[in-house]
Design a protein around this ligand. Structure first.
Ligand code: MG
Length: 407
């Protein structure tokens, strides 16, 4: 094992036979049978096959009729895409808990930039193991993870020991690892480019590495340059996590001028909005900020840093009221805003996982029993979080006016 430090740590996480695995999980009578997601009818295409079906030579993108010919006893299941999307969201919320930079490639596959997390989170292999466990704990589905210093090697790694794989290519071992592999293993090398490489007598990544740069560029132009770099383990591409937002905030301009009491009351729904977005993105806030503007355009802001990242409503509400009382602007007020920042996905991961697993029965029970949240007994932070999640779900299903939070 290498003793070198990791210059970058890239995870590639890829769910195993994702759609088929979801159907098996949800329909236990399917377990052990060859399952094909897709149709065997005219023009039908195999979307995903489980590992039992793959033993019969069934593959993604094959015509359904061909799959049926290879395995007449295969069970064909109609895809439930919106269901798979919901499961995907659960999985990505776990990815975001592990990394602030997540680049999704499809519903079931993503790069995670884990660079610089070693001292905080531990050895990459242990962290990858925890990621796999967290995904399984929440979804009962298996993910294969590849760990390397570069994207394309991480992607190769995740595929090598599927299903339920965990494969590392430690720093310093990249070239040794790559040399014996077929050129087809490289992400982005499809049949056409593979054929061009074969025509030059190049079959393994080692073959490519031994070919002079000029020759590759001469024969293959920019693709030649690209593959030369990759064969020498020079993939400098970053994990594209551009959509990561650093803060969440809401502000409102009022139609009428408000006194301090009215303004504070109007801040509560803003805070609820912000916290709802935090729950949706599965992040916790270190900092809460309040901003007001008076009718003569004086702006005042205050912020509080929590000891421990939170999205607990009562804790944030207390902080918001406390901050409001220290503002140095006199009313009447024109505008108020609430924001949270220094977001992380790290606080209380297990509690959150449990909290988001509430089902419709919980929702219905809650709507029957509580017309207002005010009569919900005082509870600990975890059940408050569950309650907030349930309210989010009710409002999403039945509209925001169906149920309101009491003060
Ligand atoms: Mg997959």
């Amino acid at each position: 094992m290498s003793l070198r430090a990791w210059p970058r740590i890239i995870f590639h996480a890829d769910m195993d036979a994702f759609y088929a695995a979801i159907e098996e999980r949800d329909n236990p009578e399917l377990v052990g049978k060859p399952i094909v997601i897709g149709s065997s009818g005219r023009g039908g295409i195999v979307s995903t096959a489980n590992y039992v079906a793959r033993r019969f030579g069934i593959q993604s993108a094959q015509p359904g009729s061909e799959a049926l010919r290879r395995c007449p006893q295969a069970v064909f299941v109609k895809p439930r895409l919106s269901h798979y999307k919901r499961v995907s969201e659960q999985i990505f919320s776990i990815f975001h808990r592990f990394s602030h930079r997540v680049e999704g490639l499809s519903l079931d596959e993503a790069f995670l930039d884990m660079s610089g997390t070693q001292s905080l989170m531990g050895e990459p292999k242990e962290v990858a193991r925890r990621l796999k466990d967290a995904v399984f704990e929440k979804t009962r589905l298996r993910v294969s993870v590849g760990v390397a210093t570069q994207k394309f090697i991480a992607k190769i790694c995740s595929d090598l020991e599927k299903p339920d794989g965990l494969t590392l290519c430690p720093p310093g071992f990249e070239q040794e690892f790559l040399r014996p592999l077929k050129v087809e293993k490289i992400w982005g090398v499809g049949p056409v480019n593979a054929k061009r490489l074969h025509a030059m007598g190049l079959h393994t990544i080692g073959d490519v590495a031994d070919t002079p740069f000029e020759s590759l560029r001469g024969h293959l132009a920019s693709f030649g340059e690209h593959i030369y770099k990759l064969s020498h383990a020079q993939d400098t591409r970053e994990v594209g996590g551009a959509r990561v937002r650093k803060q969440i905030s809401e502000e409102r301009t009022f139609n009428t001028d408000l006194n301090a009491q009215e303004c504070l009351e109007r801040c509560t729904p803003l805070l609820d909005d912000v916290l709802k977005q935090a729950r949706k993105r599965d992040v916790f806030a270190r900092v809460l900020r309040i901003k007001v503007k008076s009718v003569n355009f004086k702006v005042s802001t205050r912020q509080k840093t929590f000891v421990r990242s939170t999205r607990d409503r009562s804790e944030c509400l207390d902080a918001m009221r406390e901050l409001f009382n220290t503002l140095d602007v006199q009313g009447p007020f024109r505008l108020a805003g609430i924001g949270i920042s220094e977001l992380s996905g790290e606080a209380q991961p297990h509690e959150v996982a449990k909290a988001s697993q509430r089902d419709l029965f919980d929702i219905e029970r809650t709507t029957q029993n509580h017309s207002s949240v005010a009569d919900v007994p005082k509870a600990n932070a975890q059940s408050r979080e569950e309650l907030e999640n349930t309210l989010d779900q009710i409002q999403e299903r039945f509209g925001a006016s169906v149920i309101r939070r009491g003060n």
